[in-house]
Design a protein around this ligand. Sequence first.
Ligand code: MG
Length: 273
Amino acid sequence: MKPLDLGVMTGIGDNPRESLRKVRDIGLATAQMGTPPDNYLAGSGRAELKKIIADSGVEITTVFCGFAGEAYDDIPTVRRTVGLVPKATRSERVKKTKAIIDFAKSIAVTNVAAHIGFIPEDPSNPDYRELVNVLKEICDYAAANKQNFCLETGQESAGVLLQFIRDVDKPNLKVNFDPANMLLYGSGEPIAALNLLGKYVVGVHCKDGKRPVEKDKLGSEMPLGQGDVGIDRFVATLKKIGYKGALTIEREISGEQQKKDIIAAMKLLESLK
Ligand code: MG
């Protein structure tokens, strides 16, 4: 792919051929994919999925980790269920993350990304130290495969994320920057955050949204260009920082409206890039 090629975030589901055909049919040649069902992660299923991806003509730029039991209903639910922060599920999810890293390697994808959960804001918090060590372990695992592990933005401010990246201190720890999430979680101004994290950014979600209006609620995701990110400034800033990855559209609704919004987003991004 070329820098700033357009793409879309897609689930793979139980019918990956159909999922990837939809990507291709709307005219996109790259995609970030969610974690495939377990039967595709290893063994003969993995070989089958590798062939389906190769046949699809869609270049997978990132594999996204997803874990059973995660929910995004509101901020307390995200805190309780998402990523590697919740302790009750941590060891099984670290194991799953490594399986996803190996899967991504087998389909020649360098970037594996995840929402790891809300990083504690205080570096002297013992939970913070534990999380730093978990990420060191995952980064070392990915590094042995020559891969990056990417943190999806939004659940903490860019300053907290930057400190965390410095504390993990692994060269393959990168960022998948989602500007809308900064607003949806009330974590700060997206363009300033992008400037701060710029050199770590290897993937982005082109997504838009508005800040929350009620305590503990997430803000509202909006069609690209209709929220408060400032997509023109977002794309201009990506160019300014020398970003070379894909512009991956993310629209977290389903059905016909999702398709319409993705097509409108493609037109908008083509005009801006
Ligand atoms: Mg995202």
